[in-house]
Design a protein around this ligand. Sequence first.
Ligand SMILES: *Cc1c(COP(=O)(O)O)cnc(C)c1O
Ligand SMILES: [Zn+2]
Length: 413
Amino acid sequence: MRHVRHVVCINTNCRLEEPPKPNVTLCPKCGTVLDVVYDYEYLKSAVDRDALEASGERSFWRYRQFMPVEDTSPAPPLRVGWTPMYKRHNVVGLSTLFIKDDGQNPTGSLKDRPSALCVVKAREAGSGSVACASTGNAASSLAGNAAAAGLKSFIFVPERAPKGKLAQLLIFGATVICVRGDYQDTFKLSAEAISKYGWYSRNAAINPYLVEGKKTVALEICEQLGWQAPDWVAVSVGDGCTLAAVYKGFYDFRQMGFIDKIPRLLSVQATGCFPINKALREGGDIVPMAENTLADSIAVGVPRNGTKALRAIQASNGLTIEVTDEEILAAMRELGATCGVFGEPAGVAGLAGLKKAVAQGQIGQDEKVVAIITGNGLKDTANALTAAGEPISSAPDMDSLLKELGNRGIKGL
Ligand SMILES: *Cc1c(COP(=O)(O)O)cnc(C)c1O
Ligand SMILES: [Zn+2]
């Protein structure tokens, strides 16, 4: 990997540098998360904007030079990334809104990006099995991408995982361990099992390569907006890995001179669980919180990548905001009814936070904003139906239909 210099410990008192081996995990000296460091001077000599635009690769693999993979590693079998970017007017109070629909990934969430990269790294490490603990999407995406690549997967899920995500895991042939406990218990058990069996770990706070897969969403945003960085990007935040990754993607392209600024990041959490936002506003360390939100993918009381996320919010001159479950469900309806895009609760939380920030005047209505829709609504139809309400019931004859529509003042045209 000529383009990768090393991995470095993000602890400012440590800063240990290690060679970028495929199976590096936490800092061997202090146990902190590591970060991948690129040789931008070399990259500048190897790739430019025209070369990227000329790429025929319609997946995240078009940015393989910005990912820590060996030149000889084959592309993942599933088509991951290069998801659509839609431009809409007069939605959530903004004159123009860009929607990056990452629910269009092969298993229906942004997590396909890191999971596909994880499978590539597992093969580089010579491992035949991958494992993770997840509230759902990290797991289902790992199981799908592993299945496609012929790897076994071992998945630890907490009890509350929605049925759609569980069904994906089982269909993808994963060995699924449903842990009777919360996410924290689940994470701990998976870590112990991973070290016992030697599986390749996809746990986001342990494996420094996952951020590098996730960041490709930001790289795509730059290219799809014609290399004009937006003013803001709204992201829903659980562990903080996605937010940190979005920052890293913009940082990479800023270093390359492909964009002239890094957008401000809007960190959106649920009012029932917001340890990262709380730490940012109050200063000091991240304190564990209860996990009271129906947006399961961001119900993370003990964030595993909090430090990276806090730094990303600060470095981008970002903003924090929380949304209630009602606001999340309302955003789900508004996105569906105005844009034809169906997001899961955590998938639309960023958009809900954006709407609130615009209403409160923190984001101007004419600013250029991207909301990332991080997961597909079909994964969690139970909550979608709560948001959507009941259909109209009619007997199978025209009189009955006219009566039912008339009662609701629906004209048909
Ligand atoms: C994982 C996930 C998030 C949050 O990502 P973190 O890295 O945990 O902050 C948001 N939305 C969806 C749909 C997710 O699956
Ligand atoms: Zn260290």
